[in-house]
Design a protein around this ligand. Structure first.
Ligand code: NAD
Ligand code: TDX
Length: 332
């Protein structure tokens, strides 16, 4: 049995990973989470207390991080400031958490010789043209666009340097856009689902032609566990499930699944510097480590996600009004 330290385990993808680990392995988990606006302790409800220990703290706090890394067999680092729109409004927390926080964890992993897995995003590669047949691979050059993605790119490069310079036992994964339960209502899919529940028309940035490559969060979790168990030290693996859709298609599908006319949405002010298209080629992960996604049908996964938000209004209601007020102040 192994003790995993999961940073950001009260966030969207981190909490999905903790549930996945508890359900599918005999590992115990320690979560380190600052409980920012994006963290929610209730996302970990139902996990037996003898399998989960929760520490409320900051990944930039050297003393807290050192003690927890010393006790762990492996670190899986999810904690981040994760929302592009927020990074356009105030980049500073992105530098603190994404850069200094990652540095703090890497130094602790170096001191204690601890296995470290770094969670990152396909956004580090920038964007692709809509008509470009190419997809991102592990050798695509870094070219991030936003304050968020540039700090994620910076954190990835720190990991690579700590592997090469100090022999830290690390792997990196860059995943495409996740959807599923426990995602904050600021993000595209939960924002539109909860808008429809509230009788608010969904909001599409610009023309809605931007393409995202959707993967269910549970498939991201199984991929990370696979890399943690069988990944080669120093390697990067791209995670994706061949789920390219443009935003207009996704909004229309949400409206149809929720019994509304497919055109019952508004176009709003576009995001500054809005990346056009992301697309992941995950053949390295599939060929070398034998991973496969379980949610191959995006529409079925979306329908299940809609049901989850309908059934868990108490989970998302506290964040909804403030989130919409923030968007309204920017014409979005
Ligand atoms: P999220 O915003 O839902 O959750 C982030 C969590 O980190 C929250 O619980 C928050 O409280 C915590 N946190 C923030 N700052 C912290 C700090 N200084 N110390 C400790 N905890 C802190 O984010 P998410 O969407 O779950 O993303 C998780 C990770 O996955 C991030 O590293 C993100 O870059 C990466 N990622 C996300 C996606 C996606 O589609 N959402 C895709 C690929 C990669
Ligand atoms: O109301 C909206 N209307 C809209 O059209 C919102 C919130 C978003 N959008 C668009 C912008 C994007 O093209 O939808 C797309 C998805 O937006 P987000 O959910 O904000 O995700 P994105 O910017 O693509 O980034 C996400 O995937 C990669 C995560 O938030 C990142 O953490 C991850 O790295």
């Amino acid at each position: 049995m192994t003790r995993l330290l999961v940073t950001g385990g009260a966030g969207f993808i981190g909490s999905n990973f903790v549930h996945h680990v508890i359900d599918h392995t005999d590992h115990d988990v320690t979560v380190l989470d600052k409980l920012t606006y994006a963290g929610n302790r209730a996302s970990l409800d139902g996990i037996p207390a003898d399998r989960l220990s929760f520490v409320h703290g900051d990944i930039t706090d050297v003393a807290v991080v050192d003690e927890l890394v010393a006790q762990a067999d492996a670190v899986v680092h999810y904690a981040a400031e994760s929302h592009n729109d927020n990074s356009l409004h105030d980049p500073k927390p992105f530098l603190d958490t994404n850069i200094v926080g990652t540095y703090t964890l890497l130094e602790a992993a170096r001191r204690h010789g601890t296995r470290y897995h770094h969670i990152s995003t396909d956004e580090v590669y920038g964007d692709l043209e809509l008509d470009d047949p190419a997809r991102f691979t592990e050798s695509t050059p870094y070219n991030p666009s936003s304050p968020y993605s540039s700090t994620k790119a910076g954190s990835d490069l720190l990991v690579r340097a700590w592997v090469r310079s100090f022999g830290v036992q690390a792997t990196i994964s860059n995943c495409s856009n996740n959807y599923g339960p426990y995602q904050h209502v600021e993000k595209f899919i939960p924002r539109q689902i909860t808008n429809v529940v509230r009788g608010i028309r969904p909001k599409l940035y610009g023309a809605g032609e931007n393409v995202r490559d959707w993967i269910h969060a549970d498939d991201h979790s199984s991929a990370v566990l696979t890399i943690l168990e069988r990944g080669a030290i120093g390697e990067t693996y791209l995670i994706g499930a061949d789920g390219e859709r443009n935003n207009k298609q996704v909004v229309e599908q949400i409206l149809e699944l929720m019994g509304q006319p497919r055109d019952a949405y508004d176009h709003v002010t576009d995001r500054a510097g809005h990346d056009l298209r992301y697309a992941i080629d995950s053949s390295k992960l599939r060929a070398e480590l034998g991973w496969q996604p379980r949610y191959s049908d995006f529409d079925a996964g979306l329908a299940a996600t809609i049901e989850w938000y309908r059934a868990n209004e108490a989970w998302w209601t506290p964040a909804k009004d403030a989130t919409e007020a923030f968007y309204a102040s920017k014409g979005q």
